[in-house]
Design a protein around this ligand. Structure first.
Ligand code: GLN
Length: 196
């Protein structure tokens, strides 16, 4: 049973916790540095990346979390969580946190100018059948480094990406009853444990 943290400072963390528990993970809500001890994976949820940045600083979690990520912890960022994990953030606040865990450039609220929220069915690599995706003021991925794999695209843009130990989604996979994208993350955590 993998020990998976869910950053629980703000946003849609409860739905991630529920989904990971249902998949059999040993789940820890991460609010303070000591909650990082012993984790094998960590989910950074959707919400508001600027607010999450403020709370990471005020809770004292920013530096220990950065150290954990830099030392190889497997991480999955959804929506605002993807923004926090990306190397470059466009239309962000100057002082917002980037953990630079995945070589991607993302633009905040990029889909929000046309429609605030929308849903669509995605073809996701290695999954049988479409995955219903919910986008809420979602960030768009505008550039990827060469080591980053695209698992799903929508309208010609990547929306689900993966590198050796990082997954990131523009959408909210925790808000539907489908657990397959979370299963992919647990598979990535297991593959990382095998090489660590
Ligand atoms: N627009 C939010 C941000 O910039 C992300 C939206 C979300 O997580 N649903 O942080």
């Amino acid at each position: 049973m993998a020990r998976i943290g869910v950053l629980a400072l703000q946003g849609a963390f409860a739905a991630h916790v529920e989904k990971l528990v249902a998949l059999g993970a040993d789940v820890v809500e991460v609010r303070r540095a000591e909650h990082l001890i012993g984790l094998e994976g960590l989910v950074l949820p959707g919400g508001e990346s600027t607010t999450m940045s403020n709370l990471l600083v005020s809770s004292g979690l920013e530096h220990p979390l950065r150290a954990a990520i830099d030392s190889g912890l497997a991480v999955f960022g959804t929506c605002a969580g993807m923004i926090l994990l990306s190397a470059h953030i466009l239309d962000g606040r100057d002082d917002q946190i980037s953990f630079a865990a995945i070589d991607a450039t993302v633009r905040r609220n990029a889909y929000g100018r046309q429609v605030d929220s929308f849903e669509c069915d995605l073809d996701v690599a290695s999954l049988d059948g479409p995955f219903h995706a919910i986008f809420i003021r979602a960030p768009a991925i505008e550039r990827l480094g060469s080591g980053v794999e695209v698992l799903a695209s929508w309208n010609g843009r990547p929306v689900l990406i993966r590198s050796a130990r990082v997954m990131a989604a523009s959408f909210h996979p925790e808000l539907t009853s489908d657990s397959r994208v979370h299963r992919l993350f647990l598979d990535l955590v297991e593959s990382q444990l095998a090489v660590r």
